[in-house]
Design a protein around this ligand. Structure first.
Ligand code: NAD
Length: 499
């Protein structure tokens, strides 16, 4: 059985803990590899490599660090097909979705090429008599990232690209469910010229995560995953004095106003609700048509489109809408929610529970499900399902729809479909959610804007990628200096501000 090794000090190394997890091919249901789960001593080896390499890397000028990113981008393009295939084989998403996963990470690497500009400090000449003052942004040292299964290329790149270009060394603890691509990315960074020890990949579960959170040499931790774990990582990391940012789960609403273009709305809902089998933190999982007539028109157009969705393994070609869920556990969890929705009284308009993929009967395929008449008190509304299940909650008025989205505990993304500028302006101004779309169902910010949820979708005061990432991975030092430097008898070294 293949072992997907750690990547420490610039090379692949076997696990020594004796503990492994199975890595599945979700389309066939077969175990295709094993991933080692790191012990404390394996984490220690990675931190030591990182610590030894970091000062030399931080001392290189930012242009040289940026050139590694430039070359990394070229190598990602070169290996795009190979990366996408490896990603789909472990995650299950279609090849176009897997390429999208790589490309959205690549865009963060492109943004990081601007590091020489983004890392400039400030300077004030003559802040006092003969006194100058300036600030520099310095790397933190060794930092870490803990990432989820659903974007095994993009999210590791969100984390390690800015951290590394700022001069830090990085320990990546990727999801143990699809660990191959993160190791391939680390190898490409080495090939691009990154010194050994600056990017290490340590596989593992809770033990490795706790090791990172308690390690005194790790200065900052970036986490993306489910909300309970995000909160745990935030609390424990902060208690240990680290800088921590954690991004969690979501329940993204789409408000459909009576004046929305219904064909465009339905197109958007089908892609945003079911793409990547709904395993996206920015997926739309709740549609909120405003008014009974809007709801009826929506259901009439949406139902046949959901029924017609094409589900297939990634090997079937590019025209599949989505593939299997990532694991059998994920399949059982999603099915459990659909059963609960029926028990709670929602109307199951499209039932995908009995879907079976011919020739892939052991795969983790779930058909598309569509619920109508969902209400606020139901578990399928309150909780994140993370599968191909869309809930329609009928609202009487715009205010009721707005209030629904605002009172939900999650606040990752939200969208409104309308042709009325006044409504759109009011919505974008009042909504308490981090990423907002107007006639855009999945408003994922590009790499030069920050990405992050509000409420229980995000913990910490800075978001990821964009300028916030450069703030998160550096700290500012302010230096005051007096010139000329010759010491005169009775010289006053205070900084006069009142004369
Ligand atoms: P997860 O929380 O199960 O795992 C995330 C990471 O935490 C993994 O590396 C995992 O090994 C580790 N982990 C799991 N259990 C742990 C424990 N008990 N203690 C310590 N560490 C633990 O999340 P997932 O299932 O891999 O990913 C899906 C979730 O991620 C969804 O909730 C989704 O909304 C969320 N997500 C959020 C964003 C965002 O930007 N807000 C982006 C992508 C995914």
């Amino acid at each position: 059985m293949e072992e997907i090794q750690h990547y420490i000090g610039g090379k692949r190394v076997s696990g020594t803990s004796g503990k492994f997890a199975d890595v599945y091919n979700p389309a066939t249901g077969e175990v295709q590899a094993q991933v080692p789960l790191a012990s404390a001593s394996e984490l220690e080896a990675a931190v030591e490599n990182a610590k030894a390499a970091q000062p030399g890397w931080a001392a290189q000028n930012p242009q040289k660090r940026a050139r590694v990113m430039m070359e990394f981008v070229r190598l990602l393009h070169r290996d795009m097909d190979k990366l996408a295939e490896a990603l789909s084989r472990e995650h299950g998403k279609t090849i176009p979705d897997a390429k999208g996963d790589v490309i959205r990470g690549l865009e963060v690497a492109e943004y990081c090429i601007g590091a020489p500009q983004l890392l400039k400090g400030e300077f004030s000449e003559g802040a006092g008599p003969g006194i100058d003052m300036h600030s520099v942004k310095q790397a933190l040292g060794v930092v870490a990232g803990i990432t989820p299964f659903n974007f095994p290329a993009m999210i590791p790149m969100w984390k390690f690209c800015p951290a590394i270009v700022c001069g830090n060394a990085f320990i990546l603890k990727p999801s143990e469910r699809d660990p191959s691509v993160p190791v391939m990315l680390a190898e490409l960074m080495s090939e691009a010229g990154l010194p050994n020890g600056i990017l290490n990949v340590v596989h593992g579960d809770k033990e490795a995560v706790d090791g990172i959170l308690d390690h005194p040499e790790i200065m900052a931790v970036g986490f993306v995953g489910s909300t309970p774990i995000a909160e745990y990582v935030y609390t424990r990391g902060c208690a240990n004095g680290k800088r921590v940012q954690c991004f969690g789960g979501a329940k993204n609403h789409m408000i459909v106003m009576p004046d929305a273009d219904m064909d465009q709305t339905v197109d958007a809902l089908v892609g945003a609700g079911y793409g990547a089998a709904g395993e996206r933190c920015m997926a739309v999982s709740v549609a909120v048509p405003v008014g009974e007539e809007t709801a009826d028109r929506l259901m009439e157009k949406l139902t046949p489109r959901v029924e017609a969705l094409k589900i297939a393994p990634y090997t079937a070609g590019d025209d599949a809408d989505f593939g299997p869920l990532v694991t059998k556990d994920a399949y059982n969890r999603v099915k459990g929610y659909v059963d609960a929705g029926i028990e709670e009284g929602a109307t199951l308009a499209v039932d995908g529970r009995d879907f079976s993929m011919q020739g892939y009967e052991d795969g983790f395929f779930m058909g598309a499900c569509l619920f109508d008449n969902v209400t606020k008190d139901m578990s399928i509304y309150k909780e994140e399902i993370f599968g191909p299940v869309l809930s329609v909650v009928r609202a009487k008025t715009y205010e009721e729809g707005l209030d629904l989205a605002m009172s939900h505990e999650y606040g990752n993304g939200v969208a409104i479909f309308t042709r009325d500028g006044d409504t759109a302006r009011d919505f974008t101004s009042r909504i308490n959610i981090g990423m907002v779309g107007v006639n855009v169902p999945i408003p994922v910010p590009l790499a030069y804007y920050t990405f992050g949820g509000w409420k229980r979708s995000g913990f910490g005061d800075l978001n990821q990628h964009g300028p916030d990432a450069f703030k998160f991975y550096t700290r500012t030092k302010t230096i005051t200096s007096r010139w000329p430097s010759g010491i005169k008898e009775g010289a006053d070294f205070s900084i006069p501000t009142m004369e």
